[in-house]
Design a protein around this ligand. Structure first.
Ligand code: HEM
Length: 206
């Protein structure tokens, strides 16, 4: 593409794909521990001891990448009054009436909510996960804390799974051109103008 616009630079793409790979590993091994019906996943991933060993370590890498994303994308992820106007008009988005949508910057409010949902559920997951990783460090008098940690760990995991399913569906099946941008980095001017007009004006000066 000659007149292509850079949507994600190499660092952003590497960061994104490390988050995707680590999240999928932690998700799959976590599902294996969650239910006996899903235990076969651990077998496919090298066995239960291997899965149990790597699950918390890979989770730490995922959490670190979430904070890396926060540093790189914080400026783009803050919810603005324009996002709320766009959110109020989301019916046009659902009906594919893109021309009737108010202009938005680099990310829409759904993408921003997704980011914050992953960050906050990731924080709850890592904090409660540490309790489950080192239960012997919790004093016996605070043992009920462990049960709370189990419940919160599962609740945060379910929220992140819901957000993740919507994210992958939107990125691969609904918004054409989005997936190419997170692989190759570039989008066409028409794509940028249609989906993120304020961002298009900002980066092209047109
Ligand atoms: C196999 C899994 C994944 C796929 C196929 C995928 C796909 C995509 C695509 C296509 C985009 C570009 C969207 C656009 O600019 O229009 C994107 C952006 C993004 N991805 Fe992923 N992703 C995956 C996993 C993850 C995970 C686990 C996270 C966890 C934090 C994540 C966080 C983000 C964020 C914050 C953005 C930028 C804002 C957004 O588009 O939501 N992705 N992803």
């Amino acid at each position: 593409m000659n007149d292509a616009i850079l949507r994600y630079n190499l660092v952003e793409r590497v960061m994104h794909w490390i988050s995707a790979i680590t999240y999928c590993y932690v998700l799959l091994t976590g599902l294996a521990f969650y239910s006996p019906h899903l235990y076969w996943i651990a077998t496919l991933l090298g066995g239960a001891p291997t899965s149990r060993y790597w699950h918390p370590w890979v989770a730490l890498v995922f959490t670190a990448v979430l904070f890396w994303m926060l540093r790189v994308w914080l400026g783009d992820m803050r919810i603005t009054p324009q996002d709320r106007v766009w959110g109020d008009a989301v019916g046009h988005y659902i009906r594919n009436e893109d021309e009737d949508l108010p202009p938005i910057d680099r990310f829409n409010i759904g993408q921003k909510y997704f980011f914050w949902a992953m960050l906050y559920s990731g924080i709850v997951l890592v904090l409660t996960g540490l309790v489950l990783w080192f239960p012997e460090l919790i004093p016996w008098s605070l043992r009920s804390f462990r049960y709370v940690a189990v419940l919160l760990h599962v609740a945060a995991a379910l929220i992140s799974i819901g957000a993740f399913i919507i994210h992958v569906y939107m990125g691969t099946a609904v918004v054409r051109g989005g997936f190419t941008s997170i692989i190759r980095g570039e989008v066409s001017p028409a794509w940028a103008r249609t989906h993120h007009r304020l961002w298009y004006h900002r980066v092209t000066g047109r």
